[in-house]
Design a protein around this ligand. Structure first.
Ligand code: GLN
Length: 542
């Protein structure tokens, strides 16, 4: 059985297509179907790895080392299944394959054209993802907004698939219904126009998901159904919520899952969302706060603060708090501040715990190092992720080992004490300007030291975690740092790469730095041991 659900967006970007797609997947999975999800990004970048996180949001890394859009993270978190490289496509990737095939004479002398050859390639890719995941239902989210030139060829793929198997392919349009404050009424016209743009390319919406600040009422539901050619019961209300984890449950209040199954000529196999509901109850019953600070730099976009660049870190911290029975209060701290006003670092004592997430380049790093020093000296539970681990070793080298100019060669190539240096094969790639998808990426094994804090948290001797970096700890400094008290508690199996450092538990309640990104493996129902341990340590300390 192969069924396909296309999720497209109307009116504006950011309407929550990714969460809608993930929630639909969750519902159908919980009704007993094997589900996978595919993300299509219409831009020409081959992957998300070369994009600025402020502009594009987080770069999510898959187990097989793909640098993808953050929606792949939403799918992995909601579905709790591994989503791999085949489930992510961009126009760059699609065009590249078609052009390569043309160069290899694989089109047998035909004129290769945008239509049908690009949609054919898209369809092949959707089917490959479905086969690899052995999925019964594949959800395909088309990025961007209907009406943009960029996503027309993907809608064309949906049209072709629907024409061939009308009972197996449906389209969900996620649209936005504004309520202008001076008018005070929910307006349907932008959505009507968006549906018309969809119809113009030969695609009909089977469902309209009505995003708004408020639920949609009966008159507007009827109006949209009539003008947009959608059954009234298939116009689904999707008002704003406090927690995205409520969304599958809200959708089910309108029997969205069974309505989708009916359109696909399927029937539910089991009672749905049992564990999910229990999790949401846990979320709603957590009242006592835990205050967590994230010291980073990718927050500001003009006059707006956008935490999207750290979404997996933020969600991981939430799961850890909820499963510890606490309500997470997460604050963004721009590390530039501690460079301009060093005395302000003392305000960090107001946080129960601190995280320095991944990053690149020099801006704000001295501020991050000051924050790490403060956390170390004042015994504030600290978790450093990737750059946050590298900077923790630099801080330790400078202030405990007395190597005043200790640095990473990413920032100071001429330092006398390159505590963090480039992985040799990475140096070669950088010299050749091979930047795209060339970092140390994806899941690698790591062996945990007996008796260490992290070994106790993972309850395992070997772990697999996902990476995305070019630099690493310089082993020439290991002895000196160990003598000064730093514990090397996680190493690659060959002992060449330092994956985890920590402080002894009798000296600090929780001070851990990891070269990998545990945030990519946190799941709502299975909080990651490191984040869980961080929050737990901050509660016992308080
Ligand atoms: N800039 C550092 C490196 O390339 C850290 C990367 C990261 O935090 N993801 O190694």
């Amino acid at each position: 059985m192969s069924k396909y659900i296309f999720v497209v967006g109307g009116v504006m970007s950011g309407v929550g297509k990714g969460i809608a797609a993930a929630s639909i997947g969750k519902i159908l999975q919980s009704k007993g179907f094997k589900v996978t999800a595919v993300k299509i990004d219409p831009y020409l970048n081959v992957d998300a790895g070369t994009m600025n996180p402020v502009e594009h949001g987080e770069v999510f890394v898959t187990a097989d080392g793909d640098e993808t859009d953050q929606d792949i993270g939403n799918y992995e978190r909601f579905l709790d299944t591994e989503i791999l490289r085949d489930n992510y496509m961009t126009s760059g990737r699609v065009y590249q394959s078609v052009i390569n095939r043309e160069r290899n004479l694989e089109y047998g002398g035909k004129c290769v054209e945008a239509v049908p050859h690009i949609p054919y390639e898209v369809i092949d890719r959707i089917k490959r993802a479905e086969e690899k995941a052995d999925a019964e239902i594949t959800i395909i989210e088309i990025g961007g907004t209907v009406g943009e030139f960029q996503n027309a060829l993907y809608l064309e793929a949906a049209r072709m698939m629907n024409l061939k198997n009308p009972d197996d392919v449906i389209v969900v349009m996620v649209s936005y219904l504004p309520i202008p404050s001076k008018i005070g009424e929910m307006k349907t016209k932008p959505t009507q126009m968006a549906v018309r743009a969809l119809n113009e390319v030969g695609v009909m919406a089977d469902f309209l998901l009505c995003r708004s600040t408020h639920p949609i009422d009966a008159p507007r539901r009827e109006k949209l159904a009539l003008f947009c050619n959608v059954k009234p019961e298939n116009v689904i209300s999707a008002p704003d919520v406090d927690s995205v984890y409520d969304i599958p449950i809200n959708f089910e209040k309108e029997n969205f899952g069974d309505k989708i199954l009916a359109e696909l000529k399927l029937e539910s196999r089991q009672k749905d969302l049992v564990e999910w509901r229990a999790f949401v109850d846990k979320v709603n019953s957590a009242v006592e706060p835990v205050k967590i600070g994230i010291v980073g730099k990718y927050f500001e976009s003009g006059d707006f603060i956008l935490p999207d660049a750290y979404i997996s870190v933020i969600e991981s911290l939430k799961y850890a708090a909820w499963h510890n029975g606490r309500k997470p209060t997460i604050e963004w701290i721009n590390s530039d501040l501690y460079e301009k006003e060093p005395e302000k670092v003392a305000e960090l004592k107001n946080y129960n715990c601190l995280v320095v997430p991944g990053g690149f380049g020099s801006r704000g790093i001295e501020g991050k190092i000051s924050a790490i020093k403060f956390a170390r000296e004042n015994k504030i539970p600290y978790l450093g992720l990737c750059y946050g681990m590298q900077l923790a070793t630099i801080e330790f080298a400078r202030h405990v080992c007395g190597l005043n100019d200790a640095h990473t060669t990413e920032i100071n190539p001429h330092t006398m004490n390159p505590v963090i240096h480039i992985i040799p094969e990475q140096a070669e790639k950088m010299a050749n300007k091979q930047y795209g998808n060339t970092m140390r990426l994806g899941a690698y094994p790591c062996l945990l030291k007996e008796g260490s804090l992290v070994r106790g948290l993972y309850q395992q001797a070997e772990i697999f975690e996902r990476h995305r970096h070019r630099y690493e700890f310089n082993l020439a400094y290991r002895n000196k740092m160990e003598e000064a008290g730093l514990v090397f508690s996680g190493m690659s199996p060959d002992g060449e790469l330092t994956e985890i450092i920590e402080l002894p538990q009798d000296q600090h309640p929780f001070f851990v730095g990891v070269q990998f990104h545990p945030e990519f493996l946190s799941r709502p129902l299975r909080p990651h041991p490191l984040f869980f341990g961080l929050v737990k340590a901050s509660i016992s300390r308080a």
